[in-house]
Design a protein around this ligand. Structure first.
Ligand SMILES: Nc1ncnc2c1ncn2[C@@H]1O[C@H](COP(=O)(O)OP(=O)(O)OP(=O)(O)O)[C@@H](O)[C@H]1O
Ligand SMILES: [Mg+2]
Length: 263
């Protein structure tokens, strides 16, 4: 079992009297895109925060590249190859985009700072290029639209060259065409390749999302949560037909989105 790429098992998290997450487990293979869906409050963000090391689970285990990382600090997980974006992004608004990306690569132990800055600047620019924001590299983050902020978050994450990228609602606040563009970038990222000076062997992803039509287009597998538990795990076409999933979630998605899911 020690060669597993990513496996969460029996994860649990309680907030006071509320059991937000109960015995949640699922696996991700290299290069696989797993969608994590479910109604508001199902526990999705809590799960991905535990995966990124932003919340400590009360119980359960997280294995990454064969190693138990359940108690590992966030920055160490980044070094091992797990990075993510937050549901609510908080950029440093007065700083230019490029600085926002560079900060995610900051390493206090680098001795030759001059050289490091050059390398990191170049990498940050490539990450901005990848998400289509390089023209705005010198603009302050405060000037960005909601959609561009999402893209900035993704640039910050991919600049660290992750093997597992965790995205919490990457399409929220984006227009349909922005969503499609970002979906395509995500697809490219999975396959890997060379993006300027950034090199990626291709990266696996866990994507939390309510915009089901785009998620279904790019995900290989869908995990469905409801009241803190996993109620379905399988290929998108199977999961959307699952009566339980339809009952608790898809049947409740507003009409417009429901048509997209089935169409
Ligand atoms: N820090 C916290 N303190 C107390 N309760 C919390 C905390 N974080 C989350 N919760 C509660 O835990 C439950 C799960 O929340 P979570 O944010 O994980 O849901 P979610 O599936 O991401 O929902 P959404 O789709 O709305 O983002 C909710 O009932 C939420 O109110
Ligand atoms: Mg959430």
């Amino acid at each position: 079992m020690s060669d597993r790429f990513f496996a969460a098992s029996e994860l649990a998290k309680r907030f006071g009297g509320l059991e937000a997450v109960r015995k949640v487990g699922f696996e991700v293979s290299p290069h696989e895109i797993v969608g994590l869906i479910g109604p508001n409050g199902a526990g999705k963000t809590t799960v991905v925060k535990m995966i990124m090391g932003l919340l400590q689970p009360d119980a359960g285990q997280i294995i990454f590249k064969g190693k138990d990382i359940t108690r590992e600090q966030t920055w160490k997980r980044v070094v091992h190859g797990i990075t993510g974006t937050f549901q609510n992004s908080r950029p440093m608004k007065r700083l230019p985009l490029i600085a926002n990306v560079m900060v995610s690569l900051y390493n206090p132990r680098v001795r030759r700072q001059g050289e490091w800055v050059k390398t990191v600047q170049a990498r940050a620019l490539d990450a901005l290029e990848f998400v289509g924001l390089s023209d705005l590299a010198l603009s302050p983050a405060a000037s960005l639209s909601q959609g561009d902020l999402k893209r900035l978050e993704i640039a910050r994450a991919i600049a660290t060259e992750p093997d597992l990228l965790v995205l919490d609602e990457p399409f929220a606040g984006l227009t349909q065409s922005e969503t499609r563009l970002l979906g395509n970038s995500i697809h490219r990222l999975r396959k890997g390749g060379r993006f300027g000076r950034l090199h990626s062997e291709g990266c696996a992803m866990i994507i939390v999302e309510h915009k089901l039509s785009e998620l279904m287009r790019i995900a290989d597998r869908i995990v469905v949560m409801h009241f803190g538990e996993v109620i379905a795990d399988g290929p998108p076409e199977e999961v959307v037909q699952d009566p339980r999933v339809v009952e608790v979630y898809i049947g409740r998605v507003p009409q417009g989105n429901r048509e997209e899911v089935q169409g």
